[in-house]
Design a protein around this ligand. Structure first.
Ligand SMILES: Nc1ncnc2c1ncn2[C@@H]1O[C@H](COP(=O)(O)OP(=O)(O)OP(=O)(O)O)[C@@H](O)[C@H]1O
Ligand SMILES: [Mg+2]
Length: 258
């Protein structure tokens, strides 16, 4: 399979603070990759560097073998909090990406309407964000990121603000959408079971400075249904990853409360 994203000896420092240290990765085209790790280990920073929103201090990043230079239409970003414009309808929000890229013709409108249907928002095109639930707003965010037809989808805790049941539904929906388009996905989450459920591989980051501690292949069959979360294989993956980060998570929690 072709390599989509390569990261070599990536370092990132904010002033004197080393945040990411010597990250090395190769990600296959069409793979679903999650990133987990304690608060402050550099997950968001890593995603922002891949998005081209933040420069690396040193190291090389390549997409399709080409050096990464700034933001680009081949990467779509979904943030934790929905970043919808309240005065725009669902459709107008979803069209922001193509608009910024200078392409909003009939073709883009039709494609975006199809995407809204794909994320389960058919019939809501003319609603405003305040008329939608949190889960629906995150679906608009997802449709918006997909509207530019990115090759790589970067998602930073996209479901963190959702209640537990909505979140599980969104996980299965995201997999369904991914199975259809097979984008390469980098998905940051704090929830280990979410990472295991979604991913081909889970990157476990450690902190101080942030570094790749282990890359865990998830050899569970696809398509996956929520019931897989109750299988011994699934639970063993979750246990293994939790053991890797438990110590760091405890330290992070203590530091946040002193
Ligand atoms: N723009 C910035 N300037 C200075 N320091 C920053 C900046 N952005 C992040 N940091 C620092 O870099 C470290 C990593 O932050 P980052 O947001 O990447 O962590 P994270 O793993 O996403 O954490 P969380 O799980 O809480 O979202 C933190 O110590 C943070 O304070
Ligand atoms: Mg973060």
């Amino acid at each position: 399979m072709a390599l989509k994203l390569e990261v070599e000896h990536l370092h990132k420092q904010f002033g004197d603070l080393p945040v990411l240290q010597d990250i090395n990765l190769s990600i296959d085209s069409g793979a679903f990759i999650s990133v987990v790790g304690p608060s402050g280990c550099g997950k968001t920073t890593f995603l922002r560097i891949v998005a081209g929103l933040e420069p690396a201090t040193s190291g090389a990043l390549r997409i399709d073998g080409k050096p990464l230079a700034g933001p680009g239409g081949n990467r779509g970003f979904v943030f934790q909090n929905d970043s919808l414009l309240p005065w725009r309808t669902v459709l107008a929000n979803a069209l922001i990406g193509p608009e910024v890229a200078g392409r909003v013709g009939e073709k883009e409108r039709k494609r975006t309407l199809d995407l809204l249907r794909l994320v389960g928002l058919g019939g809501f095109e003319h609603y405003f964000p305040r008329q939608l639930s949190g889960g629906m707003r995150q679906r608009v965010n997802l449709a918006r990121a997909l509207a530019i037809d990115p090759e790589v989808l970067l998602m930073d805790e996209p479901f963190a603000a959702l209640d537990a049941q909505t979140r599980e539904i969104m996980q299965t929906e995201l997999l369904r959408i991914w199975e259809q388009g097979r984008k390469t996905v980098l998905f940051v989450t704090h929830q280990i079971d979410e990472a295991v459920f979604l991913s081909d591989r889970v990157l476990v980051f450690a902190r101080r400075p942030g570094r790749l501690q282990e890359s865990v292949e998830i050899a569970l069959p696809r398509p996956r249904e929520l019931s897989i979360k109750r299988t011994p294989e699934f639970i063993a993956y979750v246990d293994h990853i939790w053991k890797l980060i438990e110590h760091d998570v405890r330290l992070a929690v203590i530091e946040e409360h002193v």
